[in-house]
Design a protein around this ligand. Structure first.
Ligand code: AMP
Length: 542
């Protein structure tokens, strides 16, 4: 027997329709790429997204075709997402921080027919254009007055392009399982992999993120997504905010501490989301200028582990609640979020901060397990590490154009490539990437835990830990440090003394080197593959 409820497909446009009907005047403020602030609202965004969809169809875009965006977070990028998905096509967010060869590879792999790009990226794309044979037209996200001279084929200013249609258009009817967006993983090893979101997964994921113990957004919020829309589906905020009628404050191209601070203060932002580096830069700005961010209530921090020192400052000095979150492109992207369950509400001070350094608990729709290398489930005791595996309706089951490749285990779980512990209350803590964990004498040492402990040493700017080959233990940890300018580095003995009460004795690094710079990926993560290559012949002196 079937249920007798209506068939109401979970399509992305339903989110924007709802915002335009229920919250038509809610503001979307952007720092435009041209410079000035720009103010619009959901009703206007919807009307213009309909024009985008209509214009795409006029350009011959068919359901399932890919349309690339290479753009900062602005109102135009938002219109582009909804317009592309509303035409039944697939938005393909391109990360401008990737190397040129990677951008070319990704563009050709996705086969996007149109590319929408910000003014900032015109020189970059001009240099690549003859290597992008699938792109028929380049739409520059600007108006005629700011349109640059360009050699890009069929280039047009976005405002002129959408002005050629009247917006009298009905969203394309597609199945809710149809592709809506595609985002490539950063590809620290091998080729980048295309993760294809569906309308249904995007809508479900945003509903999940809006729960009280997740982002907890509401119509009174003013949401500033600092996390770029080109990184991991923009953490889904382009859907979460309109879904509940929260206002949006889009930071455009300026993501430094002073610019982010100006936006929070000027636009009375209540919620924001970004990687730890952004929060660190904002903190440094506030400490240096003695300024505050009194409107800000909550921030989601993820992408890499949020150090307890950042959480402490934001919560205790600035009154901002930190929601530590973990996720990845393949998870749409949120996998866990920190909230206080009644089981842990008795904790306070440093005990609570220690718990908050964990990445939190999975919300409904994310099933989770940890296993050993053979797939055997490991206990949830907060100590045993295992490969972290997940299952759910907004989690990848295949990669784009690699359909023959099985990425799920027999129970349908996706191996995240992260190594984690789960505790008895369901809190997950990332201890490493499975490739980076140091396997010493058959036991696993967490490189991340060592790095986090080592950055606590006075004068250390950044720390990375990789394995060294060892005849007896197989692998042993090597600590690589970058010191703050003018600070003398510690000796190995001094560092081992410092770490002695912070990690197990057998985890203590067997050697230490100081470098000027640690290599990073395009998304700001430590490039361990490069470090391993650099230090592959390194052996401790004694
Ligand atoms: P990406 O798909 O580029 O967003 O990268 C996802 C990876 O970032 C995850 O598999 C983790 O290794 C890492 N990551 C994301 N959030 C966190 C976090 N809060 N703590 C530690 N690692 C994280």
């Amino acid at each position: 027997m079937l249920g007798l409820m209506q068939d109401w497909p979970l399509l992305m446009h339903t989110v924007l329709d709802h915002a335009a009907i229920q919250h038509p005047k809610r503001e979307v403020v952007s720092r435009s790429v041209e410079g000035p602030f720009h103010r619009t609202d959901y009703a206007t965004i919807r009307a213009r997204a309909l024009r985008v969809a209509q214009r795409l169809v006029r350009d011959g875009i068919k359901p399932g075709d890919r349309v690339a965006t290479l753009a900062w977070n602005t109102w135009r990028h938002l219109e582009a997402w909804y317009g592309i998905a509303g035409a039944g096509a697939v938005y393909h967010t391109v990360n401008p921080r990737l190397f040129q060869d990677q951008i070319t590879w990704i563009m050709n792999h996705a086969g996007s027919r149109i590319m929408m790009l910000d003014l900032t990226f015109v020189p970059l794309v001009q240099a690549l254009a003859d290597k992008l044979p699938t792109v028929e037209r380049f739409v520059i996200l600007t108006d005629a007055a700011h349109m640059p001279q360009t050699t890009l084929p069929n280039a047009v200013a976005y405002e002129d392009w959408i002005a050629e249609v009247d917006g009298d258009f009905a969203w394309m009817k597609v199945d809710e399982q149809s592709a809506a967006g595609i985002c490539y993983t950063s590809g620290t090893t091998g080729d980048p992999k295309g993760v294809v979101y569906s309308h249904r997964s995007n809508v479900i994921h945003a509903m999940v993120c809006n729960q009280v113990d997740a982002f907890g957004l509401g119509a009174a919020d003013r949401v500033m997504p600092v996390v770029p829309m080109f990184h991991a589906n923009g953490w889904s905020l382009a859907l979460c905010a309109p879904m509940v009628g929260a206002g949006l404050v889009m930071p455009g191209a300026k993501l430094d501490g002073a610019s982010v601070h100006e936006l929070v203060e000027r636009e009375r932002v209540t919620f924001s989301a970004a990687v730890p580096t952004v929060w660190m830069m904002l903190l440094q700005h506030m400490e240096a200028t003695g300024s505050r961010i009194d409107s800000l209530q909550r921030v989601a921090i993820g992408g890499s582990a949020c150090p307890a020192a950042i959480t402490k400052m934001y919560q205790e000095k600035y009154g901002v609640r930190v929601i530590h979150a973990w996720g990845m492109t393949e998870l749409s992207p949120v996998g866990t979020l920190f909230s206080v369950k009644p089981e842990v509400s008795h904790l306070s001070g440093d005990d609570m901060l220690r718990l908050q350094a964990k990445q939190g608990t999975p919300p409904y729709t994310v099933e989770m397990k940890i296993t050993d290398d053979e797939g055997k489930e490991q206990p949830w005791d907060g100590e045993t590490f295992g490969r972290l595996k997940v299952k759910g309706p907004a989690i990848a089951r295949r990669y784009f154009r690699r359909e023959e490749e099985e990425i799920l285990d027999e129970q349908g779980f996706f191996d995240t490539g992260d190594v984690a512990t789960m505790d008895e209350n369901g809190y997950m803590e990332i201890t490493d990437r499975s490739k980076d964990v140091i396997k010493s004498g058959g036991e696993w040492i967490s490189s991340i835990a060592l790095e986090n402990a080592a950055v606590g040493y006075p004068g250390v700017a950044e720390a990375a830990v990789v394995s060294m080959k060892d005849p007896k233990w197989d692998e042993r940890p090597l600590l690589i440090l970058v010191m703050k300018p003018g600070v003398l580095s510690p000796t190995l003995a001094q560092m081992r003394d410092f770490l002695a009460d912070k990690v197990a004795k057998w985890w203590l690094p067997d050697d230490l080197v100081v470098v000027d710079e640690i290599p990073h990926t395009a998304t700001g993560k430590i490039l361990k593959t490069k470090l391993r290559e650099m230090f592959k012949d390194h052996r401790p002196a004694a």
